[in-house]
Design a protein around this ligand. Structure first.
Ligand code: MN
Length: 237
């Protein structure tokens, strides 16, 4: 068992400020779970990605901009938000490198969406127009509270971490999984039928959740448990 495993965080991007940044919650969540958070550079250099994947013990695919529709073979609808192909490119390489090495990965919000798209699934580009419902998927602040429920599916890694049953989650997304990638399995479903968590069977720990544990882990034990599960898997690397 490794002590204090290093968890790489995909950087957030602010094109206007020409800057990379990180929400403290991602780092604090990893720290609270006993890991060491490391914010990654934005790079598409295979050698650098390979080196990062060799040295890190786990990864978080963070939230952020919309996924480029080209990742799942579509053109952008007018309601699609801004996307940054340079980030998609990096994440494709990083995900491949992680899967080759069986590196633990937690996808959060966009992270789940990206993994699904990169592995052959599709996304709703905009829920209000493509999947309208009464469920509040784009909540207003504060984000450290539940916006809607999800049903955790039995016999999944999420059920092992959180237990079976219904869970209150926060929700800040206007995109979502549409068709799940053939290699992924669902782990949680919203009341309007969206897949809000999924995993990749056959790997030690490749999980994605549509909600935001980084906003909620200080109050919600289930959100903290997700960081702890990632760090525990990374410690076994
Ligand atoms: Mn939601």
């Amino acid at each position: 068992m490794k002590k204090n495993p290093w968890i790489g965080l995909v950087p957030l991007i602010d094109p206007e400020k020409e800057s990379l940044w990180m929400l403290p919650g991602y780092m604090e969540g990893v720290l609270a779970a006993g890991g060491v958070p490391v914010m990654l550079p934005l790079t598409q250099e295979r050698a650098v990605i390979s080196e990062l994947a060799d040295r890190l013990d786990g990864l978080i695919f963070t939230g952020g901009h919309d996924v480029s529709p080209s990742v799942y073979g579509e053109g952008p609808l007018p309601q699609c938000g801004r996307f940054l192909p340079e980030r998609d490119e990096m994440e494709k390489l990083l995900l491949d490198a992680a899967l080759e090495r069986n590196l633990p990965v937690l996808g959060i919000c966009r992270g789940l969406q990206f993994m699904n798209a990169a592995l052959g699934g599709t996304l709703y580009q905009d829920l209000p127009t493509q999947h309208p419902s009464e469920v509040e998927h784009e909540m207003k602040p504060p984000f450290d509270r539940a916006a809607h429920e999800v049903t955790v599916l039995a016999d999944t890694p999420l059920a092992q971490i959180l237990g079976n049953g219904v869970l209150g989650v926060n929700s800040r997304h206007h995109q979502a999984v549409k068709e799940l990638a053939p290699c992924l399995k669902p782990m949680a479903i919203s009341p309007d039928g969206l897949i809000e968590a999924a995993y990749l069977p056959g790997k030690s720990f490749v999980l994605g959740v549509q909600w935001h544990p980084e906003h909620f882990f200080k109050k919600d034990d289930g959100c903290l448990a997700l960081f702890q599960a990632l760090v525990a898997a990374a410690a076994r690397q």
